[in-house]
Design a protein around this ligand. Sequence first.
Ligand code: SAM
Length: 341
Amino acid sequence: MYFWISGNHKKIAAFELQSLGATNINLSWQTFFFDYPHDIKQLQVGSLIKIWRIITIEEIDKMSKKSILWTDQKRLAQTLKKEWYYKRYKIIEPRKSDKELKQKWDEILALGKDQLWLVMHYQNIPLYETIDFDKPSRGMKIGMMPTKLTHTLLNIAVGEYRKKSTQEPTIYDPFVWFGTTSFLANALGYDTFGSDKNITQAKLNKKWRDEHQSKSDKKILFIKHDVTNPFNKKMLKNSNCIVTEWWLWPIINHRTTARESYNIQKDIYALYEDFLRHSINFFAKGSIIVITAPVHLQHDDIVPRFIEHYLDEKGIAYETCPEVYSRKWQKVGRQIIKIML
Ligand SMILES: C[S@@+](CC[C@H](N)C(=O)[O-])C[C@H]1O[C@@H](n2cnc3c(N)ncnc32)[C@H](O)[C@@H]1O
């Protein structure tokens, strides 16, 4: 059994964990547990901040590094320090990551005297920061998908794909723009394709990446493609995990009226119906598509409901994540839908 903590989007974290094969996921108010039937060291979860496993006092005794204890109860920390001869302890909020701790120490969470947990996994902030901020062409405000969320989408697709296939996942983003999905997929060791009706930004970023970062032996390729047309590049057939963020344009703000919102969503949906129709005809059975459908937060949201209706009509299996991803300053959120072809 493992103990986990995520950011604010707990149900998205549970959705990712479940796609990755975790079971008995518990997300009640204060307790977050799951079971994982495979090697936990291989589990790199985008939406989790930390994962702990239970540890006994005997194991702690044998550990070479002098561990730092975490507890929100100072009294408990002091008692444990005295009883076990720790050099020091540090009071750390479980959601926060402490650089010194991560690099030099083992982090132990003391939920009680007999309830000790050792951190097994931290979120990979340096990787997210490199992809988000180091590439020359970028722009969070104009709709670049945060790499951390991309990692969650990618895990949902790959985790689901691996449940049924032994083939290596190949990642394809048909709305790639700055290239976030492809750069992350490449860094995580997957072959990847990206396309867009405009691939200027992606190509610019790839040039920078090739010059500044060590190249992996994995393929990374950007091609021009407009999704209103059928897919016509044979090599795209090798993609089996299609991971993408939907068009959020034009910008929605507090002045957007209900009618404008409705018309914008109708146009967005028309574009994506084309994309879904062509995808169903083109990608192999067993492929997984993970998308973020835009959700207009001030007015009726219609896009996710239209997509669900379309997939129901076509008899395609899907799961909609029960929680919408949104940030405070945005009037439009993202709903994750996992489609199983
Ligand atoms: C929100 S952006 C994707 C951003 C990307 N996830 C990133 O992090 O850089 C949506 C993209 O959809 C592309 N797009 C819009 N209509 C398209 C179409 N008909 N065919 C292909 N791409 C299209 C736009 O050019 C834009 O790059």
